[in-house]
Design a protein around this ligand. Structure first.
Ligand code: HEM
Length: 141
């Protein structure tokens, strides 16, 4: 990511702080499960609190975008836990789609072409790091 893209992601993420995280989470999971109902059984029945997990991880990642290498171990551990949850590489595209869709709705007119591109790159870097970390890992059957 370019330094400009990093600041676009960080500034737009800051704008979203004013939106209730539960609402952002609801929007995200509703969109994800509407488009990909086959993913629903992977998650607990009670989704309360689930949004905080994703958003707090994104908080850490966004804050450290310029030093993502510092997070390599955390990202690898997160990726390994995801393999255990049953997550496959193709699911990252579904989650990325729902995330970008949610950001677009949350940001409204602040979702410009440049911001969209910066977030697409950001998610690509993060999901690429997660998939790369488990490339040779054994997938439990
Ligand atoms: C960049 C991408 C992603 C990030 C940052 C992320 C982040 C997280 C975090 C922080 C947790 C909390 C538990 C833990 O730390 O292990 C979690 C749980 C989970 N994630 Fe992700 N995730 C991502 C992608 C995905 C994808 C692609 C799927 C596929 C559907 C997925 C499915 C799940 C499931 C099933 C759980 C466990 C829910 C539970 O049993 O409580 N995640 N994720």
């Amino acid at each position: 990511m370019t330094p400009h893209q990093i600041s676009l992601v960080q500034n737009s993420w800051r704008l979203l702080r004013d939106v209730d995280p539960a609402k952002v989470g609801d929007l995200f999971y509703s969109k994800l499960f509407l488009d990909h109902p086959e993913l629903r059984p992977m998650f607990p029945e009670d989704m309360r609190g689930q949004h905080l997990k994703l958003l707090s991880m994104l908080n850490v990642v966004v804050a450290r975008l310029d030093h993502l290498d510092d997070l390599a171990n955390d990202i690898a551990a997160l990726a390994r836990r995801h393999v255990a949850y049953g997550v496959k590489n193709e699911h990252y595209t579904s989650v990325g789609g729902a995330l970008l869709w949610t950001l677009e709705r949350g940001l409204g007119t602040d979702w410009t072409g440049d911001v969209a591109e910066a977030w697409t790159t950001c998610y690509g870097v993060l999901s690429g790091a997660m998939m790369g970390a488990t490339e040779n890992a054994e997938v439990p059957s």
